[in-house]
Ligand binder design. Structure first.
Ligand code: NAP
Length: 323
């Protein structure tokens, strides 16, 4: 299949068509390139992240890269760049999500594209301040709250919600209630189950959102196997064995992986392609490079998706966050 070309996506000019995007985890890896392309396409992009110096550094680098790419084009092929802003959000803390939403709403009334991209993978078992398992909250629950709180802004402009899931969701081979902790030894095995459950929930959430809010185009993606991001750093930074993990991950990446930029293509296509619309595409799942695909049976099953939705709403309500 020919590789999807992001240059074919529509370009906007902030002065006459203000298009707004919010990308969580936009300072690193796949998110970095997602932000770069949105900026090149004229979007006002809010880069959601937990560390101001990392995000501001990324914003400077993205601006530099965008200028370089624009300069390489013939003058009649150049486009006007968008804007980049930092939005503070720590997804391990629900009150930080609420704060980010308030800040966003004080600056913008509409949101054309929300990209729930941030994530962590294969961390040791640990609870967040909100008493959720860290992978579940970072990858899924906080994005659920963020999306629901921003839905009014998204609906105003018939916007889109893109959830970055993973092929790893297939490891959740049956439906597991999200209260199931999987805090067992050895972590090296059960941490993947926790990741898979979080990424399955993220697909289920997208499907339910598409059903409940058919005017919003909701899509989930697997970006590809992208070994040059920071997602693997817990393992590669382990003393002594970290080196072996580094070699192993790069070996896998060499044969099966794609670059960080290619990893952003599925998200970019979902976020911007004018060929996709909420009538025919809502709830779909795209994979590496933007090809349409099918998630696992568990992720696709609507009864499971409804259970996940209800569980999440109750858990959030118990913590004082009414949906
Ligand atoms: N790389 C792959 O092979 C692959 C495969 C399938 C799916 N994915 C998914 O793709 C997405 C992007 O991953 P990546 O590979 O680009 O990894 P990455 O380079 O580690 O990027 C992850 C981003 O998430 C942010 N983040 C993590 N915890 C956060 C928190 N508590 N609050 C706010 N932001 C937080 C990170 O911020 P900091 O810089 O502050 O840590 C970083 O910007 C993830 O959802 C991942 O699961 C990746």
């Amino acid at each position: 299949m020919p590789k999807f070309d992001p240059d074919q996506l529509p370009y906007y000019n902030v002065r006459n068509a203000r298009k707004v995007a919010l990308v969580t985890g936009g300072n690193s890896g796949i998110g970095w390139y997602t932000v770069l392309h949105l900026y090149l396409h004229g979007f006002v992009v809010y880069v959601g992240g937990r560390n101001s110096s990392r995000v501001n550094q990324a914003i400077r680098e993205i601006k530099c890269e965008a200028m370089k790419r624009e300069r390489r084009l013939k003058p009649n092929k150049r486009h006007s760049l968008g804007q980049l802003h930092y939005l503070a959000v720590d997804l391990t803390d629900l009150s930080s999500v609420e704060k980010a939403v308030r800040k966003f709403k004080s600056m913008e009334s509409t949101l054309d594209v929300l990209i729930n991209n941030a994530g962590v993978m294969a961390l040791p078992y640990c609870l967040t301040t909100d008493k959720f398992e860290v992978q579940l909250q970072t990858n899924y629950i906080s994005h659920f709250l963020l999306t629901m709180r921003l839905l009014s802004c998204i609906k105003k402009c018939k916007g889109r919600v893109i959830c970055v899931s993973s092929i790893g969701h297939n490891l959740a081979f049956k439906y597991f209630n999200l209260s199931q902790k999987f805090n067992y030894w050895p972590n090296m095995i059960f941490t993947w189950m926790r990741y898979a459950i979080a990424k399955t929930a993220s697909i289920q959430f997208t499907k339910m959102l598409a059903i409940k809010h058919p005017d919003v185009l909701c899509l989930s993606v697997h970006p590809g196997i992208v070994m040059n991001t920071n997602l693997f750093s817990y393992w590669t930074r382990l003393p002594i064995v970290g080196m072996f993990f580094w070699i192993f991950f790069h070996f896998v990446g060499f044969f099966f992986g794609v670059s960080n930029e290619e990893g952003s293509l599925a998200t970019l296509k979902s976020a911007l392609s004018s060929g996709l619309n909420s009538e025919k595409d809502n709830g779909k799942y795209f994979t590496t490079g933007g090809a349409e695909s099918k998630p696992s049976y568990v992720a696709n099953n609507l009864d499971n998706a409804a259970s996940t939705w209800i569980w999440t709403v109750h858990e959030l309500r118990d913590r004082g966050f009414d949906i």
